[in-house]
Design a protein around this ligand. Sequence first.
Ligand SMILES: *[C@@H]1O[C@H](CO)[C@@H](O)[C@H](O)[C@H]1NC(C)=O
Ligand SMILES: *[C@@H]1O[C@H](CO)[C@@H](O)[C@H](O)[C@H]1NC(C)=O
Ligand SMILES: *[C@@H]1O[C@H](CO)[C@@H](O)[C@H](O)[C@H]1NC(C)=O
Ligand SMILES: *[C@@H]1O[C@H](CO)[C@@H](O)[C@H](O)[C@H]1NC(C)=O
Ligand SMILES: *[C@@H]1O[C@H](CO)[C@@H](O)[C@H](O)[C@H]1NC(C)=O
Ligand SMILES: *[C@@H]1O[C@H](CO)[C@@H](O)[C@H](O)[C@H]1NC(C)=O
Length: 586
Amino acid sequence: MNLIQSLLIFLSFGAINAQFITGDISPDKFREGLNSLRRKYAKQYNVPNMHELIWSKDLVNILEPLVWGANWPLHITWRYAALNYTETASSKIETEVNDFLKKPPEEISKAMESSAISSMKRMELFNPLQRFIGCTPKPEGRSTRKIIVCLIGTEGKFTIFDSTGQSTSIPGSESHKRYTNKDGLCVPNNETEESYYGHPEDIIESVNQIREEYSKKFNVPNVHQLIWSEDFLKILKDMDRDNGFKGACVTWRYVHIDTSNKGSIKNELSTFFEKSDVEKRLFVRNNSDSTLDSLEFLNPLQKFIACSRNSNTHRFICLLGTEGKFTMFDYSHKSNEIPGSNCQKRYKNDSGVCVAINSEEESYFGRQSDFMSDINQIRRRYAKEYRVPNMHALTWSNELAEVLDPLGMTDVRDQAKETWRYGAINTYDNSIYQIEVDVTRFFEMNRTAKKLDIESSSDKTTMNKLEFLNPLQKTIACGRKEDEGITYVICLMGPEGNFTIFDTTFQSQLAAGSKCHEGYYNEDGLCIVQIPTQEPIIDYRKMAEEERNKALTEEPEPEPLLENHGNGISLSYLFVFLLANLIFNI
Ligand SMILES: *[C@@H]1O[C@H](CO)[C@@H](O)[C@H](O)[C@H]1NC(C)=O
Ligand SMILES: *[C@@H]1O[C@H](CO)[C@@H](O)[C@H](O)[C@H]1NC(C)=O
Ligand SMILES: *[C@@H]1O[C@H](CO)[C@@H](O)[C@H](O)[C@H]1NC(C)=O
Ligand SMILES: *[C@@H]1O[C@H](CO)[C@@H](O)[C@H](O)[C@H]1NC(C)=O
Ligand SMILES: *[C@@H]1O[C@H](CO)[C@@H](O)[C@H](O)[C@H]1NC(C)=O
Ligand SMILES: *[C@@H]1O[C@H](CO)[C@@H](O)[C@H](O)[C@H]1NC(C)=O
């Protein structure tokens, strides 16, 4: 915050503040004086973590409506100090702090004990970990005299640096994230990005610590450590706020919170855990279609998070994925599971939490290769369950990928139903569940309803998730496409332009995989593209050997390499190429 802004805030206090300003000292000077004292002590006592105090409008806003009384309750993210006007001069403060620091250690620790229940007065201004300050004048009791009350955050616990003179730490060496050492004091890299309510990136740290605590406390086998997601940041940025949370609860969920502070988040969580079992269940049931507030942070299966701050309200909004459905762990205290014993692929146990083995390779959109194996797994499962004789495995097609690449969503819709059809999923990760939900809804319809459903969709360009179970499709390629501001993974599937679905009435008497198309063979119910498993009929290696021997004894034949045989590559070219490959290892 710049000088003008802080002056404006102070000027808004009106007459009382004019006095503060026209007195010995201005608020900006007050802060400046405090920070130079903090730096001085940091250097004098080798304090590694003394932070610069930033003026906080948020703290001033909290302070203004509060009525000054002798014993304010302690707060978890700020402490307070009351000062006389004359005491705002740093020379005055310095004298008093020096007096305190000169006390023998026993007396200091005795004074510290009382800090758990009340303010340490002006010593609060020298808690090295505090980073924000906001002050306003307040009437003192019934008298007309005013005092200056300051809130100092974000620490709710009082700490003071080692004043014995025995510290050997380097001043400014233990800075908060995004702060750097500037002449012994930890100074923010970008003051405008720091706020009393925290930085969006701090939330992930608080939340992961909380997840670890709960995993151990309740013996949860599958709590995953959250990874920051740039994809979510983009979604947050694009999200039309009027649209609300249209895309929510499919592959991500959301939560609003006030601060990134771990203590505050835990406090919010305890309001849930203090409820009776019936109330807990009701709360989850009532709100699982929208947001369960801070409880969303405890969904063990979530793996990604990103938060941003709404510029209108001071609140943060966080997206968590890739689960759209809320899952709660067993909080009955009866779980015998081992924390970290049920991690997803590519995650491993670390201190009772499932941590990505290589977090850089994980993303909200997931991996195409995972999706390919998942999709064929469910195609096989449905093929066996419904005795589908001709369910073909889908193989990735680079040609389809090339078709898809330049297309926008309108093009996809316009060009569908000729040699390919398409389906949309939200992410590669977790889409199998969405597909199952959708197809189950269809499969459970009666015969007429199914027919009606297909007919009503015949003029539509896609049968949505059912497309993924079209038994006759053999190739697939997917890519990200944006549609009305939301990014989807669009998959093209070929070669069928018409929609077909297998008999879902359980009346099929055929065996799964019994009617594979030519070139495909049955592998456990699914038609798989034929891969030659026999020895090749032509033994290229042997021929190469013979050719080499011949070359040693005979005149070389004219090079057939440069012959042009029209469009195709000539067979002889291929043959020679193969030989060359074997002989010269090119
Ligand atoms: C302000 O000063 C008066 C007298 O100097 C003293 O009685 C009072 O306790 C002081 N108030 C605070 C908050 O230190
Ligand atoms: C500080 O952060 C703000 C807000 O993100 C940004 O607009 C500004 O450019 C940053 N300033 C510097 C010096 O990086
Ligand atoms: C759940 O919703 C019902 C009806 O809308 C309401 O009466 C009840 O108080 C709600 N319970 C909770 C815990 O939110
Ligand atoms: C996971 O790690 C924690 C602590 O490192 C350990 O107590 C726990 O037994 C481990 N879980 C498994 C399944 O190995
Ligand atoms: C089939 O389902 C539809 C809609 O669920 C229903 O209206 C209809 O009566 C059902 N028909 C039969 C024959 O059960
Ligand atoms: C697809 O449907 C159209 C219209 O019903 C039909 O004319 C065409 O022959 C069908 N194509 C295939 C390959 O079945």
